[in-house]
Design a protein around this ligand. Sequence first.
Ligand code: SF4
Length: 262
Amino acid sequence: MNGIHGGAVLTRLHFEQAMGIESVPPVAPPPPASGGTEEPRRPVSGRGDAAPSAAPAPAGVDLFTPAITPGAGEPDKAARWKALEAEVQSCKKCRLHAGRTNAVFGCGNKQARLLFVGEGPGFDEDQQGVPFVGRAGQLLNKIIAAMGLKREEVYICNVVKCRPPENRTPADDEVLACSRYLYEQIELVAPSVIVTLGAPATKTLLQTRQGIMSMRGKWHNFRGIPLMPTYHPAFVLRQYTQEVRSAVWEDMKQVMEKLKQS
Ligand code: SF4
């Protein structure tokens, strides 16, 4: 990127137009309660059904050891990226490999200051091998544009790289098997800010069982990197209310402010 374009820093109106918000309450209210603190799940453009939720790794499991042994210094980064992607493309560490058309590694600027982490590929992503290309991806593109950025300026990836069947939430063991790839991607990009999209990504990186509704809108920390959880674009499409869209807007405002400061 790098950085929000100076004079093109998003205006509230710009974002509202992108998100389809006609008017925004002065204080973002909590999203509609559904009896719990989780995003309700059902298929939208790939991401889907309620099923086992991603959960913290069992005690004693090391999630932070790079999948590929790091080389020394910057010149090794290109080699590490290449090796990491090659490993993902041929990975069979969990059952999800059996149903994939393509492993979906990630895309964008490998030196991005802003990194988005979603849950896993849906149908369109599996077909194309690129994250966030379905309806939810189109909304994410709008959000990124409204932030004054281009999609190619940020880095986008998912917790699991292969599409779960029926777009269910990745199971704990699948998250555990795959998350080392995500951790190494984060280490290689070394972003200034991470945005987790939805509960599974938030739970995976923050090792928490708290729901997204209580986590979003507040800064958290992943290995020294400020992390802002927000709703998954697929959830926004399902709950296309002013309250939910405004919540995302409030979260992204904080992200833009953090990027300006960093
Ligand atoms: S989801 Fe991850 S761990 Fe499972 S097969 Fe795909 S790349 Fe490997």
